[in-house]
Design a protein around this ligand. Sequence first.
Ligand code: FEO
Length: 165
Amino acid sequence: MLSKNIEKLLQDQVKKEASSSQVYLAMANWADVNGYPGSAQFLYTHSDEERMHMLKLMKFLNERGCQAEVPALNAPKKEYSGLMEVFKAIMDHEITVTASINNIITACLKENDHLTNNFMQWYVSEQMEEENLARSIIDKLEMIGADKSSLYLFDRELGEFQAEH
Ligand code: FEO
């Protein structure tokens, strides 16, 4: 059985992952109608991955004697000024998610809940990868600046990157 505190933290994390999925889905739609098909593909896939993160937590809660809750969510932001704003928002968002995961692990250590701690380690690695990826995309976008043809190639590359991963 999970403690009430750990259960609450995991249910809150379910909501954060669900919300991430919605945010990336809205970003994907924005990219799709604003001439960035590669980025849209990347973001649609990213949205699916976040749903998988949510489901993994739900299954864990169910297996540990709780019942996962499907959270109510606010509609995400629809409009962006460009890809830089999208990926900076992703970076900020993922930093918040990482802090939340670290917080769960701290609580697990305090309560000697090694099983949940062990389960959450997968999320720690995943967060590191996601933050690194967002950071490298922002670096590329900074180099590209306002150069439209480089932006076109970047978008195509991002779609290809997604197809390979
Ligand atoms: Fe599941 Fe991007 O955090």
